[in-house]
Design a binder for this molecule. Structure first.
Ligand code: SF4
Ligand code: SF4
Length: 151
């Protein structure tokens, strides 16, 4: 009987509408004024990759060990290196990172033994071409050039 009354008086519909309109109140509404105001992302957000450099001498922290490339399930990192005959150490020559295939899982970052590779909180990864999604060493060290927006 109770179920029949609920059906006749559309109680379920009214309850559903109440929940919907309850969340239409201005205090629950949120509009980010992006790009004039950048939204805050979560503390543990993983975004644009960065190759860190030593702030004291400006040299890369990367030791070209290739562990990040091996850890990546997508195999999108390519590390180029050559042996310095004087120091007998491997030195980084090239580093490419295809962000179009990246799922930002962070395995590469975790695999890096010297914290050279880091996924930052930068979320602006768009580019106009597929080639633009392949970041080279310079882009990874300096960050991508900002896109020009028209307001
Ligand atoms: S975040 Fe994951 S998918 Fe992206 S490069 Fe690193 S290991 Fe590969
Ligand atoms: S970024 Fe880290 S893990 Fe990758 S090659 Fe450089 S030192 Fe090795």
């Amino acid at each position: 009987m109770r179920k029949l009354l609920r059906t006749i008086f559309l109680i379920d519909l009214i309850e559903g509408l109440w929940v919907t309109f309850h969340y239409q109140r201005p205090k629950y509404m949120c509009t980010d004024q992006y790009p004039t105001e950048r939204p805050k992302v979560a503390e543990r957000y993983r975004g644009a990759p960065r190759l860190n450099i030593n702030p004291e001498n400006g040299e890369t922290l990367c030791i070209a060990c290739n562990l990040c490339a091996l850890a990546c399930p997508e195999k999108l990192i390519v590390v180029g290196s050559e042996r310095n005959e004087k120091t007998r150490r491997k030195e980084l020559t090239t580093f490419t990172y295809d962000i179009s295939r990246c799922m930002f899982c962070g395995l590469c970052e975790d695999a890096c033994p010297v914290d050279a590779l880091e996924l930052t909180q930068d979320f602006e990864l768009a580019s106009y071409t597929r080639e633009g999604a392949i970041w080279d060493r310079q882009m990874l060290e300096e960050g991508p050039k900002p896109t020009k927006y028209k307001y």
